[in-house]
Design a protein around this ligand. Structure first.
Ligand SMILES: [Fe+2]
Length: 242
């Protein structure tokens, strides 16, 4: 789908959250290579970045284009942001943070982590994009309000379900609560429905298996001018049968 979207939108930069590209759980080197080969420039991630041990050296070797949430302890491998430079000379800082509500609360505060990032080299970029990987809509909207006017673009990820609240906030930051996922359209957020229904009915763990059938690609397109004003924020949804 990505080559078609590229033709249609002509983006300068493509960012994809790849944290569950390895069969629905985690990301491994082969998946990262496939995502880059498809035309993605930078891969962000989230809570499942640590699932595949084979990825850890990759995080170190490819930290310019594969990032993990910044607010993990400093001992974590990899980096929490990267700087992408366009052919025409402008730069975009791509930041990755993870929420704490209904997720692990062992990581650092994402609000203070954002301050920390913007006070440093990332804050010097021409444009700033944030992937906030979080469960609670409230935490995502709160961070968006906190970031408003200090960054240009923010997407939430992690819930797999695209929200319809894309907008430009009062101080100019373009925001959507969740970009949605790329994966099986049927099932329960990508997993075979019968096993998940069974889990709810019986309150016991079940096997997670990817749902079959049609697939969806969810994405968000941003257009920003040289004055850092948002010209467009658009939800994208494509369905196809693999
Ligand atoms: Fe996640």
């Amino acid at each position: 789908v990505l080559p078609d979207l590229r033709k249609e939108y002509s983006p300068d930069l493509i960012v994809a959250n790849g944290e569950n590209s390895a069969g629905g759980l985690g990301i491994d080197p082969r998946c990262a290579d496939e995502i880059w080969a498809a035309g993605v420039d930078v891969i962000s991630s989230g809570n499942h970045i640590w699932k595949k041990k084979t990825l850890l050296p990759y995080l170190e070797q490819h930290e310019d284009k594969l990032i993990r949430p910044y607010n993990f302890p400093p001992s974590a491998p990899g980096r929490g942001w990267t700087l992408w430079k366009s052919h025409s000379g402008y730069s975009v800082a791509i930041l990755n943070l993870q929420g704490r509500v209904f997720m692990t609360d062992l990581i650092d505060c994402p609000f203070r982590a954002l301050d920390d990032l913007l006070a440093g080299e990332a804050g010097q970029a021409d444009y700033i994009f944030l992937d906030f990987h979080a469960e609670a809509t409230s935490e995502k909207i709160a961070l968006a309000k906190y970031a408003d006017g200090r960054i240009q673009m923010m997407v939430g990820t992690h819930t797999h379900v695209q929200t319809a609240d894309e907008r430009v906030l009062a101080n100019g930051t373009a925001y959507i609560t969740d970009a949605g996922m790329c994966g099986p359209a049927e099932g329960v957020i990508g997993v075979r429905a019968d096993s998940i229904v069974d889990r709810f009915i019986n309150a016991r763990p079940t096997q997670f298996e990817l749902a079959k059938g049609p697939a969806i690609v969810n994405a968000v397109f941003f257009e920003v001018n040289e004055q850092k004003e948002i010209l467009r924020i658009e939800r994208i949804r494509r369905e196809f049968t693999p």
